[in-house]
Design a protein around this ligand. Structure first.
Ligand code: NAP
Length: 285
């Protein structure tokens, strides 16, 4: 990689960012397409966001990924939001278009693309989504536009109910929100086609946890776990063992990253290169 006077800088801002996979993934992609871009990680504490965003403008940083704790607060420092980011109230991608900072959210796009790339077409399907946090909101927003029925189950039931009500009205769709209780999980999974876990259950270090009991999984259910650390969660292992189609969190990670890459560069992302770089980086971590 050659850094020159014209190299465009992209990066991720968040805290912590030490273990992010994004630099490995994006630098590999820039290199593969011989683009004069570089990607770095900026550790920015909560209180420093305002200063950091002035720096982005002054230094002409070309693009950003945004992670916790800034996904919501960054909106105050942007000039424009796309409709998805506006609705969700969270941004994971910023493009600096000649001084105008534009915010996008590619998490939902990434999740739906991962389904479709695995041959799972959401049209006409019932999708059960676990979670009502940042990632779940983005996925629900995208999914509500494409599936027939969407059920959102969350530990804090009110968050799921509120999200379901808003999305149902906005898209005039059948969307239900409820608590992530054993009985709701059992009832809703009976006739569902797709299950997406967007809670942090099963994430390192709690790798022996799964949000679903093995006996509720079926071979004709597609299961996507957006948790990517570990690479294969307990839920993914259980789903695989019962013959279900399993989509890993890494796939969503790649597709949401690929969408950011395309916003910054205007070029199609080299997906295979990004997959290899991300998997290598995860194994190293
Ligand atoms: P978040 O905003 O903090 O939301 C966390 C969600 O998990 C909430 O719905 C929360 O429920 C639920 N939860 C947490 N602990 C739980 C428990 N013990 N039992 C049941 N539910 C629990 O986090 P996020 O940004 O949405 O991220 C969620 C997960 O997705 C993380 O593992 C993250 O690494 C992963 N992620 C993956 C990608 C990808 O590209 N693959 C992208 C973004 C995030 P309450 O509302 O009740 O607290």
């Amino acid at each position: 990689m050659k850094i020159s006077g014209t190299t465009k800088i992209c990066g991720i801002i968040g805290d912590p960012v030490e273990h992010t996979l994004s630099p490995a993934m994006h630098n590999a992609a820039f290199k593969a397409l011989r683009l004069d871009f570089v990607y770095v990680a900026f550790k920015v504490e909560k209180e420093e966001l305002s200063n950091a965003m002035s720096g982005v403008r002054s230094l002409g940083i070309h693009g950003l990924n945004v992670t916790m704790p800034h996904k919501n607060a960054i909106i105050n420092y942007l000039d424009e939001l796309d409709s998805t980011a506006k609705f969700i109230g969270a941004v994971n991608t910023v493009v600096n278009a000649n001084g105008r900072l534009m915010g996008f959210n590619t998490d939902g796009m990434g999740a739906l693309k991962a389904l479709k790339e695995n041959g799972v077409i959401p049209t006409g399907k019932k999708l059960v989504l676990f979670g009502a946090g940042g990632a779940a909101n983005a996925i629900a927003f995208q999914a509500a536009q494409e599936v027939e029925k969407l059920v959102i189950l969350n530990r804090t039931a009110e968050k799921a109910e509120r999200l379901a009500e808003t999305l149902g009205k906005k898209f005039n769709k059948w969307v239900v929100g409820n608590s992530l209780s054993a009985s709701h999980i059992r009832e809703e999974l009976k006739d569902s086609d797709i299950l997406i876990n967007a809670t942090s259950v099963g994430m390192h270090p709690n790798i022996e946890q799964s949000p679903v009991r093995l006996e509720l999984l079926r071979p004709d259910l597609c299961v996507m776990d957006i948790v990517y650390n570990p690479l294969e969660t307990k839920l993914a292992k259980d789903a695989k063992a019962c013959g279900a189609k399993v989509i890993s969190g890494v796939e969503m990670l790649i597709y949401q990253g690929a969408a950011s890459f395309e916003f910054w560069t205007g070029q199609n992302a080299p997906l295979e290169v990004m997959f290899q770089a991300a998997e290598k980086a995860i194994r190293r971590v």
